[in-house]
Design a protein around this ligand. Structure first.
Ligand code: SF4
Ligand code: SF4
Length: 210
């Protein structure tokens, strides 16, 4: 036993629950050694030995169940039932149950929050093509974010030529939509898409960046 342990409030050293290996029967297969998650056993000279008896989990008998030659024995289960009754462990068990449920609830809530964050979008790059000049598209973009927690950054407008722009040659614009408060922007993206479509422009691509 590596450190002071208790079993529902009872000092572990007061509970004689651990395996005993019959060395004559044991064939040294190693199954108990590899199965036990608490490293109770060691294998020496082709035999299993119980090295850390008090690390055995009270009430567990998995190693005895899997031993192919029935070389492992445990005390009677009455020992555990008697302890439960006489040492009145259930007050402690009820408290441990509440604590465990709280821990699991907290873990679940954290997993849900992390899932939500991984699914939310806070930054998206959009590429748009079309005729921008007469449509006042930039002005409309500015109106869309006025007094709201969003912004358009890294905006680039590629106009083939000045004459081309005047002649309404299609141009290309890219920008990133962001939340200034690092919140999900998916609803706002729908508004941006509607603005693009409503102005006869084409949304060429949309990439989630964050
Ligand atoms: S499982 Fe049984 S036979 Fe195999 S090493 Fe353990 S005690 Fe020995
Ligand atoms: S009963 Fe369980 S915990 Fe105890 S030694 Fe066997 S496998 Fe390990």
């Amino acid at each position: 036993m590596t450190k002071a342990q208790t079993w529902h409030g009872i000092p572990r050293e007061e509970i004689p629950w651990y395996p005993t290996v019959n060395a004559e029967t044991c064939i040294g297969c190693g199954l108990c050694f590899t199965t036990c998650g608490r490293n109770v056993f060691d294998i020496q000279n082709h035999k299993s030995i119980v090295e850390h008896a008090l690390d055995c989990m009270v009430g567990c008998s998995t190693c005895a169940n899997v031993c192919p030659v029935d070389a492992i024995t445990f005390p009677s289960r009455d020992l555990v039932w008697k302890l439960e009754r006489e040492r009145k462990i259930f007050k402690v068990v009820r408290q441990e149950t509440r604590e465990k449920k709280d821990r699991l609830e907290a873990l679940k809530a954290r997993a849900i929050a992390e899932e939500h964050i991984s699914q939310s979008t806070t930054r998206t790059k959009m590429e748009v093509a079309g005729e921008f000049g007469e449509k006042q598209f930039l002005v409309k973009l500015e109106e869309l974010i006025r007094d709201r927690p969003y912004d358009f950054v890294n905006l680039r407008l590629e106009v083939p030529t000045v004459k081309g722009a005047l002649e309404k040659t299609p141009s290309f614009m890219s920008f990133e939509v962001t939340s200034t408060e690092q919140e999900d922007i998916q609803t706002f993206l729908s508004e941006v898409r509607a603005l693009i479509a409503g102005n006869g422009l084409t949304l060429v691509s949309e990439h989630k960046l964050g």
